[in-house]
Write a protein that binds this ligand. Structure first.
Ligand SMILES: NC(=O)c1ccc[n+]([C@@H]2O[C@H](COP(=O)([O-])OP(=O)(O)OC[C@H]3O[C@@H](n4cnc5c(N)ncnc54)[C@H](O)[C@@H]3O)[C@@H](O)[C@H]2O)c1
Length: 272
């Protein structure tokens, strides 16, 4: 396989908490494909996570930023361009958090302060990031921005509570900002709708393990792994996908197009 897909490109990768994070694997692959990158995460995650190990492995710089703070984001884009030596070619938005999910609050009883936080962290942060970059003219022409989403944006998954609403908003921002940034600077914006994946964010959802097995059975190719998601990100950061923008791209082994698989039916049959 070529190792030059991102040669000469400069990127910002958010959300690498530990080795399981989709962002962690994407950072390793971006580095392996020749990109120069900056890593960023919320200041609190810096203390809990292992991001400095990843920075050492990828010769990158860590710039802390709370993605809900436009002040932090301005600092991020300023320092990232200084370190990388020019405008940004790609960004991975890999950020989500729901205090309601964390506290096990059911959808019909959501705490609205928490709900606001979920939307701010998991969706508005993409708008803030794009808007900051737009004002600072920080992204190169034909740059590529990817946000990570989940199919609960389109269809109800009972356990996903307010994060479903956040993902619906995130995907709408992808379309709307994709239009405006596309016209303005030919910057493309897409979301990847990923299979359930065993990460800190994923496993924090009640019933995740059971649902992971369900999705595995109902996807003709099985669940897509974090590693495979990272590979898909690289292809979308590269120049090989230049005319793809404003899309929500399912990366789920066929789950989104499957009604009921034979494997799933058989599992029910065995239980009778
Ligand atoms: N794991 C899954 O099953 C799954 C499936 C589909 C989509 N996704 C999405 O993938 C993305 C990455 O999640 P992951 O599964 O790799 O889990 P993860 O827990 O490794 O990553 C989530 C990241 O968000 C960061 N974050 C939270 N609040 C922040 C803030 N205010 N500012 C900056 N960063 C903040 C966390 O520190 C963490 O690094 C998320 O958007 C998630 O919803 C995950």
């Amino acid at each position: 396989m070529s190792t030059t897909l991102l040669s000469g490109k400069r990127g910002i990768i958010t959300g690498a908490l530990d080795e399981n994070s989709i962002a962690w694997k994407t950072a390793l692959k971006a580095h392996a494909q020749g990109a120069k990158i900056v890593l960023t995460n919320a200041p609190i995650a810096m203390r809990m996570g292992k991001i400095n190990d990843l920075a050492a492995q990828t010769n990158s710089k860590v710039i802390p930023a709370d993605a809900t703070s436009t002040t932090d984001l301005e600092k991020l884009f300023t320092e990232a361009q200084e370190f990388l030596g020019g405008k940004i070619d790609f960004i991975l938005h890999s950020i989500a958090q729901s205090p309601n999910i964390r506290k096990n609050i059911p959808y019909a009883e959501l705490n609205y302060d928490f709900y606001g936080k979920t939307l701010d962290i998991s969706a508005l942060s993409l708008h803030k990031m794009l808007s900051t970059a737009y004002k600072m003219d920080a992204i190169n022409e034909w740059g590529s921005v990817i946000a990570l989403s989940y199919i609960a944006a389109q269809r109800t998954f009972s356990f996903y509570t307010d994060m479903a609403d956040a993902k619906a908003l995130l995907e709408s921002i992808v379309r709307s900002f994709g239009y405006h940034y596309g016209k303005h600077r030919r910057v493309r914006v897409n979301s990847i709708s990923q299979s359930p994946t065993q990460t800190t964010a994923g496993s924090g959802i009640k019933g995740f393990d059971t649902f992971f097995d369900f999705a595995e059975l109902n996807s003709p190719l099985g669940n897509a792994s974090a590693e495979q998601c990272a590979e898909y990100c690289i292809s979308l950061f590269s120049d090989l996908s230049r005319m793809v923008t404003m899309q929500n791209l399912f990366h789920d082994g066929g789950y989104s197009m499957t009604g009921a698989s034979a494997d799933l039916m058989n599992a029910f049959e065995e239980d009778k």
